[in-house]
Design a protein. Structure first.
Length: 254
């Protein structure tokens, strides 16, 4: 849920999910469409399908217990390098580097002397963090969490609180006089309003609100542009977020 979504938006939804589905087995026992409906407006709803598929895999292949091995975690649907290591470190206390956007920024500034990190590179970023980790697993876990927190609340992207930073005395960026970043920048995300993402979201909201299949004519009011509406529906079907039957469109498993 935290992938590309702020903590403040995730916490209420997470609490609802844990009350409804306290274990992977509980989630695996319901249709994938229930997960999509409960996802509500968190965005990027394919994550709901991945989370459901992940629960099924954990139930079927791991006895209902989330694995702690990195390779086994990476084999789960929707689990990438960050999520796998975060689970292994914060749930099981193993020693692995955990790198998110905040950590990359802290390393770029404190170690590299640059105002912003370069383009993401899993191998390079993990190696850079691993070189900083304490040898002991417990201390390494704390260091991972501390680096994330430092980037989230102090070494922020736009208004870093350098005067309050606990590592300001050793920060390479501060020592260099805060030079401007001259490297490549990531592409700016396209506007949401009027995008295919927005249309997909509107149509998916119609499907979530209905307990029976939704006829094509009932989807028409969701978006006036016929071509974009058709493209959005085709995308939802291709991603498995919607299914089509003689009765109309619905969520998977319904």
């Amino acid at each position: 849920m935290l992938q590309q979504t702020p903590v403040a938006r995730v916490v209420p939804r997470l609490e609802e999910w844990l009350e409804r589905w306290p274990t992977p087995g509980h989630l695996a026992a319901v249709p994938a469409g229930d997960a999509v409906r409960a996802w509500d407006r968190l965005g990027y709803p394919r994550r709901a399908l991945n989370l459901h598929a992940c629960a099924v895999a954990i139930t079927d292949c791991h006895g209902g217990v989330v694995p702690h091995d990195i390779d086994e975690l990476l084999a789960l649907p929707g689990v990438g390098p960050y999520t796998a290591r975060a689970v292994a470190v914060f749930a099981y206390g193993h020693r692995h580097p955990v790198v998110d956007t905040n950590v990359r920024r802290v390393i770029a500034r404190a170690i590299g002397g640059q105002g912003e990190p370069a383009a993401p590179s899993t191998r390079r970023d993990l190696a850079a963090m691993d070189a900083l980790l304490p040898a002991a697993s417990a201390e390494a876990s704390t260091f991972n969490a501390a680096a994330m927190e430092l980037g989230a609340v102090v070494c922020t992207a736009r208004s870093p609180l350098c005067g309050e930073c606990p590592i300001r005395a050793t920060c390479a960026w501060r020592a260099a006089g805060y030079p401007a970043y001259l490297g490549a920048r990531k592409a700016v995300q396209k506007r949401y309003e009027g995008s295919d993402r927005q249309v997909r979201g509107l149509i998916l909201a119609e499907l979530r609100a209905a307990d029976v299949p939704v006829a094509d004519r009932e989807i028409l009011p969701a978006w006036p542009d016929e071509a974009q509406r058709a493209r959005a529906i085709a995308g939802l079907l291709a991603d498995g977020l919607a299914v089509n039957s003689a009765a109309g469109f619905g969520l998977p498993g319904h």
